[in-house]
Write a protein that binds this ligand. Structure first.
Ligand code: SAM
Ligand code: DTB
Ligand code: SF4
Length: 342
């Protein structure tokens, strides 16, 4: 659907109305000031605007359920300050052996039976290396597709050739987050640079796999950093099909463990702004829900989130679990999204 000036609402900055929009209404030339002007709107004004776009484009009453599985846990050589799987920090998560293909497909079957339509396999790798472990991932992808699920992977950096092999195995989506702004990147991760993330996203896109890319808030970044991250993502052409917004899970032993909790209103604002900047994308209300009240989660779903991770665990940390989410969805009067026709 075309987002018009009317559905988007009055411009937060005078330039917005004159900016070029693509055929699908998606804009790639947002400025940080414009996005921040949205972020700082009076709360209800922001919610109203995001809700209008959310209803116009997505209907506003269906939630996609995705299940995550860590297929290779811990022992990661990267030093991402938020991550309990980094080998740089003493955390509760140790390095484990990679899961076997049948174990992963059993988990995928259970996820499908529980109602998930997308299955995302994560590995604590800096990058993919050719060899038996990658061959196993390709088998996992073929198996998950064979079950009629959308298949997603998050495996670290990829070359174009590796992305093509994943595409040939049937992979639908690749998750690779920018995580924070270019400016803030060095304060969170020193073992890779922001442009390496963008290079992988280009390789994913070239291979014809859909892009899932977002970030984490609550890591001590400024509001400008949050908005700058969205601006970088919006520069991708086309926009990512999926934008996950995570609140930091403050894992014991990581350098960010002692940060104060994120104000839930900030989470809601970030979801609403993400909906406005990415009208066509799935906006995923991702990590951090165990610290959000039902009401705050409902506000996120109201303001534009249309996907959640479903199940007791994310990768290594807890998630609300199916019973809590079934009642959340029911009490909000929403429905779980049906699988896409095969
Ligand atoms: N190693 C690969 C990578 O970094 O791209 C894939 C797995 S990594 C765990 C996937 C994403 O999980 C990260 O990009 C980050 O956004 C998210 N994540 C990891 N630890 C987190 C935490 N403590 N809180 C919130 N999100 C987290
Ligand atoms: C995303 O943005 N969030 C998910 C998924 N993509 C891979 C991962 C969240 C991980 C939270 C910490 C953990 O459970 O280890
Ligand atoms: Fe490794 Fe990914 Fe965790 Fe960074 S976020 S330490 S790359 S598993």
């Amino acid at each position: 659907m075309q987002i018009t000036a009317e559905t988007r609402g009055p411009s937060p900055a005078p330039r917005e109305a004159t900016k070029a929009a693509t055929r699908d209404g998606a804009r790639h030339d947002w400025t940080v000031a414009e996005v921040q002007a949205l972020y700082e709107l009076p709360f209800f004004e922001l919610l109203d605007r995001a809700r209008i776009v959310h209803r116009a484009v997505h209907g506003g009453d269906a939630v996609q359920l995705c299940t995550l599985l860590s297929v290779k846990t811990g022992g990661c050589p990267e030093d991402c300050a938020y991550c309990p799987q980094s080998s740089h920090y003493e955390t509760e998560v140790g390095a484990e052996k990679m899961l076997d293909v049948p174990a992963v497909l059993d988990a995928a079957k259970r996820a499908r039976e529980a109602g998930s339509t997308r299955f995302c396999m994560g590995a604590a790798w800096r990058e993919v290396k050719e060899g038996p472990a990658f061959d196993k991932v390709l088998d996992m992808v073929r198996g998950v597709k064979g079950l009629g699920l959308e298949a997603c992977c998050t495996l670290g950096m990829l070359t174009e050739g590796q992305a093509t092999r994943l595409a040939e195995a049937g992979l639908d989506a690749y998750n690779h987050n920018l995580d924070t702004s270019r400016q803030n990147y060095k304060s969170i991760i020193t073992t890779r640079v922001f442009d390496e993330r963008l290079a992988t996203l280009r390789n994913v896109r070239k291979a014809g796999i859909t892009v899932c890319s977002g970030g984490i808030i609550g890591m001590g970044e400024t509001i400008t950093d949050r908005c700058a991250m969205l601006v970088e993502l919006a520069q991708l052409t086309p926009h990512p099909e999926s934008v996950p917004i995570n609140a930091l899970v403050r894992a014991e032993g990581t350098p960010l463990a002692a940060l104060p909790p994120l104000d839930p209103m900030e989470f809601v604002r970030m979801i609403a702004v993400t909906r406005l900047v990415f009208p066509d994308a799935m906006v995923r209300l991702s990590a951090g829900r165990t610290e959000l009240s039902r009401e705050a989660q409902m506000l996120c779903l109201y303001a534009g989130a249309n996907s959640i991770f479903y199940g007791d665990r994310l990768l290594t940390t807890p998630n609300p679990g199916p019973d809590a989410d079934d009642s959340l969805i029911r009490d909000a009067g929403l429905t779980a999204m049906a699988p896409a026709p095969r």
